[in-house]
Design a protein around this ligand. Structure first.
Ligand SMILES: *[C@@H]1O[C@H](CO)[C@@H](O)[C@H](O)[C@H]1NC(C)=O
Ligand SMILES: *[C@@H]1O[C@H](CO)[C@@H](O)[C@H](O)[C@H]1NC(C)=O
Length: 558
């Protein structure tokens, strides 16, 4: 440490004042540290100090300095803190007197206390908080708190630093009174969405050696302005819903985010350019963005719905997106059977494979749900043939016999391939019309009858009977006598037949002695076209009246 000793010997002062001496020491020297060899500096011997009972007089001030008479030196007695002694005043010195007796001598001593850098710059507060809008323009200024450094001169406050310096730069302004005013200036605009809170460190530095510093934290909260529109999470939302889904079914949720905060970031949703019919079907919750079903969706009406939605923040900024809703078909439509043509009756001799009906089946559902199979009872002689999609032919699968089955109730069933499948049936009542395919049949293979001679002409002898299983005209039987000769005369000259009843009558009176029997053939013929017929032989036995025997034979069964 450098010591400067200034010595003045004054002869012009008061007679008792023999001189004065000045020392300069740094503050904060240890107790007992040497300030100066006052005896030597004043040209006094140690003996003189002793004999003169030299002492120092500091008045009422605290005793910082001590005189060691036997060594002739001034020592530090108590800690000397320049700052508490002088504050910011410069220079700072202790003034006192040294007094000797025999003879009385009076010296003025000045000890200048020089500053050492024992105080860092300090801030009164550990931190400062600012709330700055992100819309603040560059150049905006924010006054910062000054730091205090109790040291003086170079050891006093010399500069500030601010870190990080991305958004703000420091500006120090020297005022006329020598104080420094410090502020930070916005040089790059703030973006709350990027960084909502910032912490900066303001460092105050002094000029001492070594340099001391103090810091303060600057906490900045960036206030939002509505500088971001909502952004929908997707350009297009896809959803599907089965038709006939119950009211309340969740379709999808749209979501938009808004980087702003508070009401600037509060997004609400609504449909835009909505078709009126769809408004009765879908509901969009304006807060949550959920779309739910409030009506009926029908695949058969709409297979897809496209809805525009709009997301809006409270500041009026918007984004839009699209929601594509696919309606999924459920098997809710049974096939519908249309009989396009139906021929009834069909003749019983129709060939196998004859088309009886043409049927069209329609199912409003799609894909599997609309895929049809058409069947008919396998027990009946019909089958279904399909040539064109959705068109079916009901064809016969074997020959008919009206006399066995005159009518069929044919059930045609159309079934779709849904799960579970739906089906419809229709019943076709098909009548089989008659064809003359049965000849009349006589009750007996042959007939024998008896008649007593001398009968009256026109007498009924007996009847033949034939049956025909055909219908109506085809079963209407006429009985005829086959034209044969009996003893050179035609049969009809002996007997006649009622063509409707088959009743045989005598035409003349018979004489047993001339003719014992008549042999004839009766034909039964139906009314078909062409007609069918059968023959039967009839034997009429003539009986002798003299025998007094009358045999009446009734038509016996076989
Ligand atoms: C067909 O159905 C009709 C009406 O249901 C009925 O009167 C008739 O007896 C049925 N025929 C046959 C052969 O089952
Ligand atoms: C019935 O008899 C006549 C004469 O004998 C004969 O021409 C005819 O072919 C016969 N008809 C039948 C169906 O046997």
């Amino acid at each position: 440490m450098e010591w400067q000793v200034l010595l003045f010997i004054s002869v012009l002062s008061l007679t008792v004042v023999l001189g004065q001496v000045s020392y300069s020491i740094p503050e904060e020297m240890a107790k007992g540290a040497l300030i100066g060899n006052i005896a030597q500096d004043l040209g006094l011997g140690v003996e003189r100090l002793k004999s003169g009972k030299a002492r120092i007089y500091t008045g009422n001030t605290e005793e910082y300095i001590e005189l060691k008479r036997e060594r002739g030196v001034l020592l530090v007695k108590n800690r000397i803190d320049r700052e508490s002694l002088c504050g910011q005043t410069m220079p700072c010195a202790l003034h006192f007197q040294m007094i000797l007796e025999n003879p009385m001598e009076f010296y003025t001593v000045t000890v200048e206390i020089t500053d050492i850098n024992d105080n860092p710059p300090t801030f009164e507060r550990g931190e400062m908080k600012y709330e700055i809008s992100e819309s603040a323009l560059t150049g905006a200024r924010f006054v910062l708190e000054k730091a205090i450094d109790n040291d003086v001169g170079v050891n006093g406050l010399s500069s500030y630093a601010l870190k990080p310096s991305d958004n703000f730069v420091l500006k120090t302004i020297s005022r006329g009174d020598g104080t420094k005013h410090v502020e930070m200036v916005l040089q790059k605009q703030l973006d709350r969405e990027n960084q909502e809170h910032m912490s900066l460190i303001l460092t105050a530095l002094d000029g001492g050696e070594p340099q001391l510093s103090g810091t303060m934290q600057i906490i900045i909260t960036v206030l939002d302005v509505n500088d971001n529109p909502p952004v929908c999470s997707k350009l297009e939302y896809k959803a599907s819903v089965i038709e006939n889904a119950p009211v309340g079914t969740l379709i999808t949720t749209v979501k938009a985010t808004d980087a702003d905060s508070g009401s600037n970031g509060l997004v609400t949703y609504r449909f835009s350019n909505m078709k009126e019919q769809l408004a009765d079907i879908f509901h969009l919750d304006e807060i949550t963005g959920t779309i739910t079903l409030v009506g009926q969706v029908d695949f058969e009406k709409d297979k897809k719905c496209e809805i525009m939605i709009e997301a809006m923040d409270q500041g009026g900024l918007t984004d839009s997106s699209k929601v594509l809703i696919e309606i999924v078909d459920v098997n809710d439509n049974a096939p519908v059977i249309n009989v396009m043509s139906f021929s009834s009756p069909v003749p019983e001799d129709s060939a196998s494979g004859t088309t009886v009906a043409i049927i069209n089946v329609i199912d409003a559902d799609s894909e599997q749900n609309g895929q049809i199979t058409c069947t008919t009872d396998s027990s009946l002689p019909f089958k279904i043939k399909s040539t064109l999609t959705n068109y079916y032919a009901l064809v016969t699968d074997s020959a008919f016999d009206r006399e066995v089955v005159p009518e069929y109730n044919i059930t045609v069933r159309a079934t779709d391939s849904g799960s579970p499948p739906l089906s419809s049936t229709t019943i076709l009542r098909l009548r089989i019309s008659d064809v003359n395919d049965n000849a009349p049949l006589f009750d007996q293979l042959s007939y024998v009858s008896y008649v007593t001679e001398n009968n009256s002409p026109g007498m009924s002898i007996f009847s033949v009977k034939a049956q025909d299983t055909d219908w109506n005209q085809n079963a209407r039987i006429s009985y005829l006598l086959e034209e044969t000769q009996i003893n050179g005369s035609p049969t009809s000259s002996y007997v006649s037949i009622n063509s409707e009843t088959g009743g045989i009558h005598a035409v003349r009176s018979f004489d047993y002695e001339q003719m014992k029997q008549l042999q004839l053939v009766v034909k039964a013929q139906d009314g078909g076209s062409p007609p069918l017929s059968s023959n039967v032989s009839v034997k009429i036995m003539i009986q002798d009246q003299n025998l007094q025997h009358v045999y009446i034979t009734r038509c016996a069964g076989h």
